[in-house]
Ligand binder design. Structure first.
Ligand SMILES: Nc1ncnc2c1ncn2[C@@H]1O[C@H](COP(=O)(O)OP(=O)(O)OP(=O)(O)O)[C@@H](O)[C@H]1O
Ligand SMILES: [Mg+2]
Length: 220
């Protein structure tokens, strides 16, 4: 199996507060990894590091065989092309439509927005019940609709890794199952998926489960 993500002895503190203490984690290509743990234990902190949104104090991060801290623009390229991130607080642009939010990552990585892109987007809109809302500004959406928009935005660029922080936090069981099923389909296509969740029932068939406790990552 090919390792997509390798986090080695990663430490992260905020001031004197140690949040991640020598964390090691590998994610294989096509693997579905679930992380849980109490509120405040460091799940979002770890996801932000893996999503290359935040730095760490010590340790190493190898993405697809490349040390992310060596070389010019490496982290930016990986973020733009290879990682789709679903934020716990969505981070959508309120005054733009669902469609424009979803297409935004493709502008950032210079993808030509051709028919294939539009078809992919429309297919996901259909799957996630967003077709009728495609031209609605995000500020008029419900929490769950925003959450589904954030998920489509993360996966539309077809990234090697999808990182999702509580992707079902605002969703009913039916929509949560749809999210789980779609993320599962991505792993069948060889994409890796990393999800933080409190909703372990929805993701019960996922094989790789960890939790964070006292700054350490352990099998769950
Ligand atoms: N930018 C920051 N500055 C200072 N402390 C921070 C910062 N971000 C997070 N923390 C602290 O680090 C700890 C871990 O935060 P984190 O957001 O990773 O928790 P979490 O496991 O995602 O929690 P939740 O389940 O509530 O989302 C918390 O105690 C939090 O207060
Ligand atoms: Mg969090």
């Amino acid at each position: 199996m090919h390792k997509l993500v390798e986090i080695k002895n990663v430490k992260k503190s905020y001031g004197k507060k140690m949040v991640l203490d020598e964390i090691n984690l590998s994610i294989e290509q096509g693997e579905f990894v679930l992380i849980s743990g109490k509120s405040g234990c460091g799940k979002s902190t770890l996801l932000n590091i893996i999503g290359l949104l935040d730095k760490f104090d010590k340790g190493e991060y190898i993405f697809n065989g490349v040390n992310v801290f060596k070389g010019f623009g490496v982290r930016e390229r990986i973020r733009a092309y290879d990682i789709g991130f679903v934020f716990q607080s969505y981070c959508l642009l309120d005054n733009l439509s669902v469609k424009d939010n979803v297409l935004m990552p493709l502008f950032y990585n210079n993808t030509r927005i051709n028919k294939e892109c539009m078809n992919t987007m429309e297919r996901y809109f259909e799957v996630f019940g967003l077709s009728k809302l495609r031209n609605t500004k995000v500020k008029y959406l419900s929490g769950g609709e925003k959450q589904r928009t954030a998920i489509v935005r993360a996966i539309v660029k077809n990234p090697a890794l999808v990182v999702a922080d509580e992707p079902t936090g605002n969703l009913d069981p039916i929509n949560s199952k749809i999210i789980y099923k779609e993320l599962g389909k991505l792993t069948e296509l060889g994409k890796s998926v990393l999800v933080v969740t409190h909703n372990k029932d929805v993701f019960k068939n996922v094989c790789s489960k960890y939790k964070i406790e006292d700054g350490k990552i352990i099998d769950d």
